[in-house]
Design a protein around this ligand. Structure first.
Ligand SMILES: [Zn+2]
Length: 86
């Protein structure tokens, strides 16, 4: 299992002890019966968890691509989209 490092902003919990991190399972998640980190299971920091959970019906690759594209947009547009639930 990988240590908690946000898949989007790459902040590491060891450097940010007051940030919450959690795992999100995506559509391509498959549990594995050997040591390691399964595909489709990613860590996110508290700032990116909600966005990741909204995309958990997609594969982890698609979700990351969408989240990165969203990060490029101006902040006011994100706020507006959130307000209108899109
Ligand atoms: Zn993050």
């Amino acid at each position: 299992m990988e240590p908690p490092i946000c898949a989007l902003c790459h902040r590491d919990q060891r450097d940010h002890e007051n940030l919450e991190f959690d795992l999100v399972r995506f559509r391509n998640f498959e549990s594995i019966d050997h040591p390691g980190h399964p595909d489709g299971l990613l860590w996110f920091c508290q700032d990116h968890l909600d966005g990741a959970r909204r995309l958990d019906s997609r594969t982890s690759g698609e979700a990351l691509r969408l989240m990165r594209a969203d990060e490029q947009r101006p902040r006011w547009l994100r706020v507006l989209r959130r307000a209108f639930g899109r």
